[in-house]
Write a protein that binds this ligand. Structure first.
Ligand code: CP
Ligand code: NVA
Length: 308
């Protein structure tokens, strides 16, 4: 009896191993270096990727569309409200049906449960394009960016400042796999989920949590932040969050506590004057445009891995 190999979902960094992530990062860097290579342009010929968006997107949508096309494949962009999902068809049934048409499915949704349902019931690879709990594709691009600038992740000290949100969670998981130090400075009530911190600690990760952004960024190699109002955050929280997070703004005074060579990262979209000042995000330490570009290259490697 021949056994089918497991489906290669890219939904949760914790479910993948370091060697796989390393191979994807290396492939992404190679694809970037030889962009336009005729062999790469045939890599996914005849394959179709469905992109389902239940939330807005600029980078994720465009980078997946362009990336799939650059590998010779085809894409369908589906918005949640245009699908029968919005009229009550289950994610499980949607997964079964789409698996008969396409070769891989990417989902952006608020709900980690919907992503799990999709992956459980799809017979093709599923890619996490962001949930309220994680954003693994973003972190692959971020790691690629840090490696380009710094040469390696070895000995890296990365500091997260602000909301312990979906992007922070994926950073914690990456730090756990690659063994670099991850410091998080989050206000009380906005820590990353306790089970994620417990998972990291159980793996022996060098992940620490503090309330003090100045202490957390001291001599760091990179300083990372994100919006105070994620897409899954209720508008009612806006005023409270603006008050609580004011002391967690990444400004030049905070950056000056990190190493002189420190990089500033932000997944974008950014809110100048809130989580980061213009001086920092538009300044020489900022690598945010490289991060955005690297979504394309990292995701091409993710697609190639899922579909190989
Ligand atoms: N960083 C990111 O995922 O951007 P979009 O929301 O524009 O896709
Ligand atoms: N934390 C942000 C990331 C956007 C790419 C959000 O969830 O809205």
């Amino acid at each position: 009896m021949t056994r089918m190999p497991p489906i290669r979902h890219f939904t949760d960094l914790a479910a993948l191993d370091r060697a796989t992530l390393r191979a994807i990062l290396d492939h992404g860097a190679a694809l970037k270096a030889r962009r336009g290579d005729p062999g790469d342009r045939r890599l996914l010929v005849g394959r179709t990727l469905a992109l389902i968006f239940e939330r807005n997107s600029t980078r994720t949508r465009v980078s997946f569309e362009v990336g799939m096309r650059e590998l010779g494949g085809d894409v369908l962009v589906l918005t949640g409200d245009a699908l029968q999902l919005s009229r009550g068809e289950t994610m499980a049934d949607t997964a079964r049906v789409l698996s008969r048409y396409v070769d891989a499915i990417m989902l952006r949704t608020d709900s980690p449960e919907k992503l799990d349902d999709l992956a459980r019931h799809a017979s093709v690879p599923v890619i996490n394009g962001l949930t309220s709990l994680s954003h693994p594709c973003q972190i692959m691009a971020d790691l690629m960016t840090v490696e380009e600038r710094r040469g390696s992740l070895d000995g890296l000290v990365a500091t997260w400042v602000g909301d312990g949100n979906n992007v922070a969670v994926s950073w914690i998981k990456a730090a756990t796999h690659f063994g670099f130090e991850m410091r998080l400075a989050c206000p009380e009530g906005f820590d990353p989920p306790a089970q994620v911190l417990a998972w990291a600690q159980a793996q022996g990760a060098a992940v620490t949590l503090t309330r003090d952004p100045e202490a957390a960024v001291a001599q760091a190699d990179c300083v990372i932040t994100d919006t105070w109002m994620s897409m899954s955050t209720s508008e009612d929280e806006r005023e409270r969050r603006a008050r609580v997070f004011a002391a967690y703004q990444v400004n030049q005074a905070l950056m000056d506590r990190a190493k002189d060579s420190a990089l500033f990262l932000h997944c974008l979209p950014a809110h100048r004057g809130e989580e980061v000042t213009s001086e920092v995000i538009d300044g020489p330490q900022s690598v945010v445009w490289d991060e955005a570009e690297n979504r394309l290259h990292a995701q091409k490697a993710i697609l190639a891995w899922c579909l190989s």
